[in-house]
Design a protein around this ligand. Structure first.
Ligand code: 5GP
Ligand code: MN
Length: 343
């Protein structure tokens, strides 16, 4: 299967399908997976939804999200679900190592695979690769794909809510990765029943009090600005995690605040987890945090939003990060006006 036409033909009779999203799935991963799920279900297919790890509670309201089988919680069930599926849709990731053990299984299983994604440099693991790194989100890619396949009649209010969610979360509420195409699509989703205020409120104005207190602590006590490198860093230790009882999702978005500081072009949120130290990196303009994450922190992502990890503890990781900055001094201190922020 190499074309959308062949995929459409394949989907013209009922199939056993799986949809897999990346570890720590975000609004775009869950939104695109559920959007596709509701389209395929209307067409009469059997679909299993899979994620390597849990989705953030802020997405609990999404229609169908409870159907996700989480590999971390139910590995046997997840394996069986993959075994029973003839074709697997891979959503919002570009390399099999983003889905951990399920990736290892799929690497050997020889299942038909369709990738729908917007990350740069996709690895060629899928039979059909629907990838557009110029798109804001996987939800945008999926919308265009459904149009190209003549399946737009299945985009009902439920599907539209899912796709709009991914667009909102991956563009920071229409702040970056924008295009006229995206606004056209957003308009069409509104026509199909999306209530923008309702979704913005569900996604962005339901934070637990704790979340804002952690943000306050990070900004007041754990922020370091390095003006000579136009860089800002926030670090959180295991102790901080224990003190605030920080859980998955509680620190989501904190890194983005750093880019709001005048002059800051590179932002790092470095946090210590039980076994690894995670880095969340953001940048403006031509500074590629994707390259930085790949080269030094076994990670990847997008040019202006990337992540990685290290295994040497928090202090040593921060030291390593600072030691890298001189290599980027020219680009960090360049006077070039920042043109865009991509995600
Ligand atoms: P975040 O900082 O929000 O966790 O991640 C930002 C982006 O970086 C994500 O969209 C994801 O594509 C990428 N990313 C984060 N962590 C990793 C990682 O460990 N490996 C790779 N390859 N990409 C990552
Ligand atoms: Mn995405």
């Amino acid at each position: 299967m190499e074309t959308l036409k062949e995929l459409k033909q394949y989907l013209s009779s009922p199939r056993d399908l799986a949809i897999v999203v990346h570890r720590n799935p975000d609004g775009d991963a869950i939104g695109s997976a559920l959007g596709l799920f509701h389209v395929l279900r209307q067409m009469g297919h059997t679909i299993r939804l899979l994620a390597p790890s849990e989705y953030p509670p802020v997405l609990n309201w999404m229609p169908g999200v409870e159907a996700f089988i989480i590999y971390d919680l139910k590995d046997q069930e997840a394996k069986q679900a993959l075994e029973r599926s003839e074709l697997v849709f891979a959503l919002d990731f570009n390399a099999l190592d983003r889905i951990d053990k399920m990736g290892e299984y799929l690497h050997h299983a020889g299942k038909k695979m369709v990738m729908i994604d917007h990350h740069l440099d996709p690895e060629p693991f899928a039979d059909l690769q629907v990838s557009d790194p110029t798109a804001s989100s996987t939800c945008e890619v999926l919308y265009v794909m459904l149009e190209q396949m003549g399946l737009e009649s299945y985009i009902n209010r439920e599907v539209a809510d899912c796709l709009y969610t991914g667009i909102l979360t991956d563009t920071g509420s229409f702040s970056f990765s924008l295009s006229s195409r995206l606004f056209r699509i957003a308009g069409e989703l509104l026509d199909r029943g999306v209530n923008n205020n309702r979704l913005q409120d569900l996604l962005f104005n339901q934070l637990p009090e704790k979340h804002l207190r952690i943000l306050g602590y990070c900004l007041y006590k754990r922020l370091e600005v390095l003006p000579e490198y136009h860089t800002a860093i926030i670090t959180l230790s295991k102790k901080d995690y224990e003190y605030f009882k920080i859980q998955r999702g509680d620190t989501e978005g904190i890194v983005n605040y750093l880019l709001r500081i005048e002059g800051v072009k590179l932002a790092a949120f470095i946090h210590e987890q039980p076994t690894i130290t995670k880095l969340s990196l953001r940048s403006k303009g031509d500074i590629s945090v994707k390259e930085m994450a790949q080269k030094y922190f076994k990670g990847g992502g997008h040019k202006n939003a990337a992540g990685g990890q290290s295994f040497i503890g928090l202090e040593a990781t921060v030291k390593k990060f600072k030691a890298i900055l001189p290599k980027y001094k020219d680009i960090l201190t360049g006077r070039e006006v920042v043109s865009s922020q991509e995600k």
